[in-house]
Design a protein around this ligand. Sequence first.
Ligand SMILES: [Zn+2]
Length: 258
Amino acid sequence: MKKIYKWLLNTLPRPMLIRLSYVFKKFAPLIYKGDAVECPVCERSFSKFLSYGSKVTHRDNVLCPYDLTLERHRLMWLYLNQKSNFFTKPDLKVMHIAPEQCFHKKFQAQKNLDYTTGDLVSPIADLHFDLHDIPLEDNQYEVIFCNHVMEHVKDDLRCMQELLRIMKPGGWGIMQVPIDSTRTTTYEDDSITSPEEREKHFWQYDHVRLYGLNYPKRLEEAGFEVETIDYKKELSDAAFDRYRLMKSELLYIVRKPL
Ligand SMILES: [Zn+2]
């Protein structure tokens, strides 16, 4: 049973897993019973997490078998809980672009939030629009999340500027992207267009660039103030390992100047 379960979770693409997660939720706590790793999002512990990733991004022990969170989701959740007013400030107006399924229902249920989701096509989003030209008024949202989107869009600077435009002055956001921490600059090449070549060069078949360590500079270029947080410094080594966070992953908190 454990083998079949593991095979399924390692074989099916994550979007399909997410759709089937109501099945996994029933079995995961039994099959992965234990206390070696912990997911702060579903508040459950397991003997281990599952492996995840494409040929170039494969990692062991990272995918929560219950709600399918990855390192980046657990990192964001810890920040929101421990370092932000996200769960406490009344009437917080939030725009969540490309909403992650593991957060979507939890955020929707959060009484303090005026919560809207947006996406180009996702059926779970409230609004559908193109980030290059957002059909919303200026200075609307106190919080904006837009994770793992900028590596997919044609003109990332334009999309960042659009998000800045709809953010309230003094507002903040989280805009994570995959980053190759061995690169100082972002790698872009318009001539790489086939899914195979994109996966080889940019880590995934539908990525159009691979960001380097200069990513926060790009956000600043768009007009955001950027705070870079290394969560290794916020947790004990034991807690960092237990949550199975990624050592090279930094959190980029953007703010719109007042
Ligand atoms: Zn979980």
